[in-house]
Write a protein that binds this ligand. Structure first.
Ligand code: ADP
Ligand code: ZN
Length: 744
């Protein structure tokens, strides 16, 4: 026996057998939480490497993928047979590689990765059919008005087929009328597969006439896609500079090459607007993949992507795990957005994983942002990524002017947050018929509810977090675990009635203040929890864009890429909010958020103004924002991080231990910190254990260890050896967070 491989799974360097005869041993990776590939016998008719199969596991049938030859270390007589091969395209080598590499990188079990890649229901079901109706040849025995209307509809839509409901509705008849015509052969009933291909996108459909700046960017991106080789480009440009127009040119090139394109967006609320743009650009709608999409549609997309019936997918981070047939381009829009990092279950960063997947399938990556992450900026500086800059805004629009409002001089009364200066600026806009936006990154009415009799603050029963009052919902809500309860009359601690008082502002309370200050203004609140559905939110955003609103009060939801042409003033209520945490990325986040929010102002022809209310106008981050000095900010911030040896100039991993029993997690944490040989061997350090910043979530106590190492360190293998030394008690959980984004 040679050296034992790191994982028992075949790698790219070993030639793989790609077909297995009936009865041969195959290794099947299932979606069940077992940490190995299981042996089975190939079924009648054999099976291909990568085939999706159904296998028996105990009393159940489970989904799996043929991952390679069987290991043969199982009692041969007991090995069971694959039940059947599913009627879907086998998983391609590229996706298998990606899953393995992503699992290795994030220290996630392969089975959990496979679950991510199979998140569509009913993959094993026989291709489902549905009945459709079209014009037939038979003569009806008699004609009625209703029958005539049905035939008219079919004639009008020449040759198109309808579902029963569509046809009946269109003709204004009951389904039985249609059925009657079917019996006569006048209408023909046919079966067609339910999972149908998407409409073809027309890559040659002309786009907008681009400015010189945009043309140069588009040409560079097109050339990259046309090369058919991996490469990543950071597309930087202020909000409104036309980044979307430019990367749609890369999509056009990709489609023209006959390859598939994936565009990731950070927020579901943005997809509707974007899809409309794609439709205008290419004459048809792309596939749309996110949590708001129905199960049947998910299965359709999953299958069509795998067999080339979908050319373009627009979606959330999990779209990265779809079984593309030939993925040629991945666009990560607003690449700095923290929602690309999945913070529960499999902890991965979709931006980084996009780069990995593209490198395995010879695809290009475009990372688009007005305010890139420090990681991407550093990668561009180091020459790993190409960088394209769009320097001016499209058309007349100019970047807003930025000013601070020094709150130390404003004498704002207690319980109010809008300064006199900001109030005046808003009043002027209202007088001119322009829109203003007041931004506060806090949902709900007030972040804290205190009892004025005993001083008690209402906290969550399951978490170390305050309950946040939501007047709109008339409840207290824990933003950690989602627990809600009605607002009590009496203090839960001293039982005195009528003494509970809100402390601090949330978006709802700010709306109250603004409505009182501007009684005649049309004020709306834009916060993710105030809309029952993505559609309601979308309608509200459209209404704002149409200009029917004077004052928008919003959370970070408004910071993301919407277009409000009549907006000329942005007031940031608390620019210091993001600077308070002990978070490594606090400065970076604040900088990005403030720039994004400010970018909402003056997108059309009217110039914009952004006012930042702050108690520390001399703070370096606030100064860099005011000066619009991006390069200055990044340079200062990267010097600081380089000095501290933290990402992207060093490597980090967080270990989060959690258990209902606080003693148990601390004991385990201490043991892990002590027996750190495998980490020391590669020069990595362990810090902690310390209570996590939120020390209890959903009744589980949380302890954190932090591992730091130099940039070049092969950290994952060392982490794996280190963790393998410990037995994790039954009720405890251990999660590894590679490149942690935030420390909660
Ligand atoms: P970004 O993605 O950088 O924020 P967009 O691509 O959304 O910018 O462009 C901002 C606005 O300007 C959009 O309404 C877009 O349609 C318009 N626009 C950008 N470039 C052009 C162009 N060359 N011709 C016409 N309209 C353009
Ligand atoms: Zn809670």
């Amino acid at each position: 026996m040679g050296k034992k491989p790191e994982t028992p799974f075949p790698s790219k360097d070993r030639p793989l057998q790609d077909y297995f005869e009936q009865g041969e041993l195959v290794g099947v990776l299932t979606t069940q939480p077992l940490d190995r590939v299981l042996d089975y016998r190939a079924p009648e008719g054999g099976c291909h490497l990568g085939a999706f199969v159904e296998v028996p596991l105990g009393p159940r049938k489970v989904l799996g993928v043929v991952w390679g030859a069987g290991r043969g270390d199982w009692d041969f007589a007991k090995v069971r047979s694959v039940i059947r091969v599913l009627d879907v395209a086998p998983m391609r080598g590229e996706l298998r590689d990606f899953i393995m590499r992503a699992a290795d990188y994030t220290l996630t079990p392969l089975t959990a990765m496979l679950r991510l890649a199979t998140r569509a229901p009913g993959l094993g079901d026989p291709p489902s059919m549905r009945k459709v109706y079209r014009m037939g040849h038979g003569r009806p025995d008699r004609m009625t008005d209703a029958r005539t209307r049905v035939l008219e509809v079919l004639r009008d839509y020449g040759g198109l087929s309808f579902t029963l409901k569509e046809l009946a509705d269109q003709a204004g008849v009951t389904p039985s009328v249609v059925k009657g015509l079917v019996a006569q052969g006048t209408v023909q009933e046919e079966d067609t597969p339910r999972d149908t291909p998407f409409m073809r996108l027309d890559a040659a459909h002309p786009g907008k006439a681009l400015t010189e700046d945009q043309q140069a960017g588009a040409a560079a991106l097109r050339a990259g896609v046309a090369s058919g080789r991996y490469g990543t480009t950071l597309l930087r440009g202020v909000t409104g500079s036309g980044k979307t127009e430019v990367y749609l040119e890369a999509v056009a090139e990709c489609l023209a090459q006959g390859r598939q394109a994936l565009v990731l967006l950070p927020e579901i609320a943005l997809t509707a607007e974007f899809i409309t743009r794609v439709e205008a650009r290419f004459g048809a709608r792309p596939a749309e993949w996110h949590s708001g999409v129905t199960m049947t549609e998910r299965r359709r997309i999953w299958k069509m992507v795998g067999q080339g019936g979908a050319q373009m997918v627009v979606g959330a981070r999990s779209a990265l795990f779809l079984p593309f047939m030939d993925l040629g381009l991945i666009v990560v829009d607003e690449e700095h957005d923290s929602s690309y990092k999945q913070e529960d279950g499999v902890l991965y960063n979709a931006r980084d994983m996009s780069v990995l997947r593209a490198s395995l399938c010879d695809a290009r990556v475009v990372l688009a942002s007005a305010t890139p992450s420090l990681e991407s900026w550093a990668n561009a500086e180091a020459g790993k990524y190409e960088r394209l800059d769009l320097t001016s805004r499209f058309g007349e629009s100019v970047l807003p002017q930025m000013k601070s409002v020094d709150m130390r001089r404003e004498n704002v009364p207690a319980g109010r947050w809008i300064s006199g200066s900001l109030q005046n600026a808003v009043a002027q806009r209202i007088a001119k018929g322009e829109q203003s936006l007041l931004f506060i990154n806090r949902r709900g009415y007030a972040p804290v509810t205190i009892c004025r009799a005993c001083g008690h603050q209402i906290g969550c029963d399951h978490c170390d977090a305050m309950m946040v009052e939501h007047r709109f919902l008339k409840r207290l809500v824990c933003h950690q675990c989602g627990e809600t309860k009605p607002m009590p009359e009496a203090c839960p601690s001293c039982e005195v009635e009528g003494k509970l008082a809100p402390v601090g502002p949330g978006v709802e309370r700010l709306t109250e203040e603004a409505s009182a200050l501007f009684p005649d203004a049309n004020v709306v609140t834009l916060s993710s929890d105030m809309y029952a559905s993505a559609r309601a939110l979308k309608e509200e955003i459209a209404r704002i864009a149409d200009g029917d609103v004077d004052l928008i009060i919003g959370t970070q939801l408004v910071a993301k890429g919407h277009n409000f042409p009549r907006l000329t003033l942005v007031g940031v209520i608390d620019a210091d909010l993001g600077l308070q945490g002990s978070d490594l990325r606090a400065a970076e986040r604040t900088f990005q958020l403030m720039r994004q929010v400010a970018g909402r102002a003056g997108r059309a022809e009217k110039p914009g103004l952004a006012l930042l209310q702050t108690y520390q106008p001399e703070h370096p981050v606030i100064r860099a924002i005011l000066a619009g000095d991006e390069v200055g900010f990044w340079t200062a911030e990267s010097d600081e991080r380089r000095h501290a040896g933290v990402p992207p100039f060093g490597r980090m991993a967080g270990i989060i231990l959690s258990s209902p029993d606080p003693q148990e997690v601390f004991d385990l944490g201490n043991d892990m910190a002590r027996r750190n040989g495998p980490l020391r061997a590669v020069g990595a350090q362990v810090f902690g254990p310390a209570p996590a910043p939120i020390a209890r979530i959903r009744g589980r106590h949380r302890v954190r260890l932090l591992v730091k190492a130099d940039k070049g360190t092969a950290l994952q293998p060392a982490l794996r050896r280190w963790i393998a030394q410990f037995r994790i008690p039954n009720q405890s959980r251990l999660a590894v967070d590679i490149d942690p984004q935030s420390f909660f």
